[in-house]
Design a protein around this ligand. Structure first.
Ligand code: HEC
Ligand code: HEC
Ligand code: HEC
Ligand code: HEC
Length: 498
């Protein structure tokens, strides 16, 4: 849905026409006290406004997304909190919900024990900030289970909002672990929210999540078929949070009647889409509106809904014509978390405390470093390769650690590995970090510990693209990383050969 400037103006005019109706609606309670109804009142009363704001796939992010994208500077929970504060000022009935996969990233399951403490304290920070922002429901996505069910149950205790999953059950008695639905009242509307966790998760993942009492997942479509009609009876609007594959979610919308809105993470080929293209942001199937937004808290989805009893299915406010009489309408937009949104001071304080404490690892759980001796560091290489060392020193790789220090992120486990040499192999504790700071020779050339002793018989292979991709992956790089284009910028001068 691309809109040009004149179209936006038309929409603004349209909204201005609708606005008095909303204001009238807000004062409806006092107006009803005895005064004669105005001629238009019937119509005004019929429409109830709801400003629904949603995040999906936060995947453990608390600050701006990816590294390169730091220049675009989108994301961060501090800005999100500031945005929500502003939005509440403009919208009386704001409903804030999260479509799951919120607390941990896709790679966090591979993290070692000593790294988990920091991941848990980051997740705790996310929940606390959600409490303060006023979230009213969150889906349990499978990434939220990455560090185990017991951790997630602790987070449920901490949260002032329900974590929802109607189909995550204990394998033995098939009883749900979390509540499956929530009914939220906002601005005179009853909104039924149903949560469905992805039902294709392999059983070993579910066993690992709770070894003492294995978990299972019920079929999402069958669960929805059972619960949607019940919610439908009790509520004005039914919202489904379903972190299932795109195909499943489309099938769900097609086969289960009565879902007004589905928040869909757009999972294709097992991957969560991080950036949602404009043309993918909305889809309508069988009267259900599927709405999407970007991952990592970069942009929030917002739906400005004018709900009319019996006015479904919702139609978008159109630039060409007024909506059909009696129909509920919505206006979808993505709110980009950019720097013009100041950082919420309270949340910022929490984030800063997290950064300061990030230095303190689970010292008892540090694994032995068997490979430490294999890392020689740039200092060793520089003795014999002066020209290459001088070249390297002029590249950004040689100052990559300083980039982290700038924002106080240098001891964070979700940052450090790509900005140093041999994290987790050559060093872990901050006091040992000095020789390993920055992206060094061995990050690209690989390890070859016997080379200095006998260079002729211990040669290095040429530097391959795979060496770069460890760090220059899609999350981290704004433009696609094209090896043949980037290589010349970092390839050291060749040695003179005869
Ligand atoms: C250990 C992780 C790591 C590896 C391996 C790595 N890089 Fe980088 N690269 C970085 C980081 C981090 C930065 C940003 C440093 C900064 O600005 O502080 C960077 C920056 C760059 C830049 C500069 C970007 C710019 O626009 O100025 C180029 C070019 C680059 N890398 C190319 C490569 C190539 C080619 C390879 C493989 C031969 C490679 N990198 C391997 C982490 C890595
Ligand atoms: C998977 C590897 C990886 C991780 C993890 C990572 N970075 Fe980076 N970082 C990179 C690469 C690659 C670049 C260079 C990107 C480019 O120039 O395209 C970079 C660049 C940067 C830059 C320079 C940005 C610029 O535009 O000049 C900063 C600052 C930075 N990272 C901070 C962080 C912080 C903070 C974290 C943790 C929240 C982090 N990085 C985690 C790989 C990583
Ligand atoms: C004691 C001196 C010495 C040290 C220290 C040293 N090199 Fe070398 N290096 C050499 C010599 C001599 C050659 C040329 C070998 C030949 O002609 O086959 C060489 C060749 C290379 C080459 C070219 C490919 C090859 O194997 O012939 C690369 C790449 C290289 N070194 C990287 C490194 C890196 C990275 C380090 C640090 C980890 C390092 N060197 C440390 C002496 C050294
Ligand atoms: C970002 C990746 C990267 C980093 C970091 C890096 N190099 Fe290189 N280096 C290359 C590439 C690419 C070449 C070109 C030859 C090749 O492809 O193997 C090269 C070439 C060389 C050569 C010449 C090889 C030859 O065949 O003549 C030497 C020696 C060398 N590097 C040493 C170093 C040393 C020492 C450091 C650290 C001070 C270092 N490199 C850091 C990527 C890197």
């Amino acid at each position: 849905m691309k809109r040009s400037a004149p179209q936006i103006i038309t929409v603004a005019i349209l909204l201005m026409m609708v606005y008095p109706a909303l204001v009238g609606n807000r004062h409806q309670a006092s107006a009803e006290l005895g005064s004669t109804p105005a001629p238009m009142k019937q119509l005004q009363d019929a429409s109830k406004n709801l400003f629904l704001v949603f995040s999906i796939n936060n995947i453990g992010y608390i600050d701006v997304c990816g590294c390169k994208r730091k220049k675009v500077r989108q994301g961060s929970i501090t800005r999100r909190a500031a945005y929500i504060g502003q939005a509440r000022y403009h919208h009386e009935n704001l409903l804030l919900i999260d479509g799951g996969n919120t607390l941990f990233g896709p790679d966090d399951g591979k993290k070692k024990d000593f790294e988990k403490k920091q991941l848990l304290s980051k997740a705790k920070l996310i929940i606390e900030s959600y409490n303060r922002m006023g979230y009213e429901a969150m889906l349990v996505g499978h990434h939220d289970l990455t560090l185990g069910l017991s951790a997630l149950l602790e987070f449920q205790k901490q949260a002032s909002f329900p974590l929802l999953s109607a189909n995550l059950v204990y394998a033995d008695d098939r009883k749900p672990v979390f509540p499956g639905t929530a009914i939220i009242e906002s601005g005179g509307l009853k909104i039924g929210v149903l949560g469905l966790t992805i039902d294709t998760i392999p059983s070993y993942f579910l066993e690992r999540a709770n070894p003492e009492r294995p978990l299972a997942l019920l079929n999402s479509i069958e669960t929805a078929k059972k619960l949607v009609p019940q919610l439908r009876e009790q509520c004005d609007m039914v919202v489904l949070l379903s972190a299932n594959h795109l195909d499943t979610n489309r099938q769900l919308a097609a086969e289960v009647d009565g879902i007004d809105l589905m928040l869909d993470p757009m999972i294709e080929l097992g991957n969560h889409k991080i950036w949602i293209d404009e043309e993918d942001s909305l889809e309508t199937i069988n009267n259900t509106l599927l709405a999407r937004t970007d991952s990592q808290g970069a942009r929030l989805g917002t739906l400005d809904i004018d709900w009319i009893e019996g006015g479904g299915p919702m139609v978008t406010l159109s630039v060409e014509e007024a909506p059909p009489a009696g129909r509920s309408t919505y206006w979808y937009e993505r709110a980009s978390m950019e720097p013009h949104l100041l950082e919420d001071p309270e949340i910022l304080q929490m984030v800063d405390a997290f950064r300061r404490n990030a230095e303190f690892l689970d010292i008892e759980k540090l694994p032995p470093l068997h490979n430490k001796d294999k890392y020689l560091t740039a200092t060793t290489c520089s003795v014999c390769h002066v020209e290459q060392t001088e070249f390297w020193q002029k590249t950004k790789h040689a100052t990559a650690f300083a980039s982290l220090v700038e924002t106080g992120d240098q001891w964070r486990q979700d940052c450090i590995a790509c900005h140093v040499l041999g994290y987790g192999q050559a060093f872990i504790a901050p006091e040992d970090a000095e020789p390993y700071k920055n992206v060094q020779c061995e990050n690209c050339h690989g390890l070859n510990p016997d080379h200095p002793r006998d260079p002729v018989n211990h040669q290095w292979p040429s530097v391959k693209e795979t060496a770069c991709l460890v760090c220059h992956n899609k999350n981290q790089t704004l433009e696609d990383f094209v090896f043949i284009r980037k290589r010349p910028q970092v390839a050291c001068p060749l040695m003179p050969r005869n």
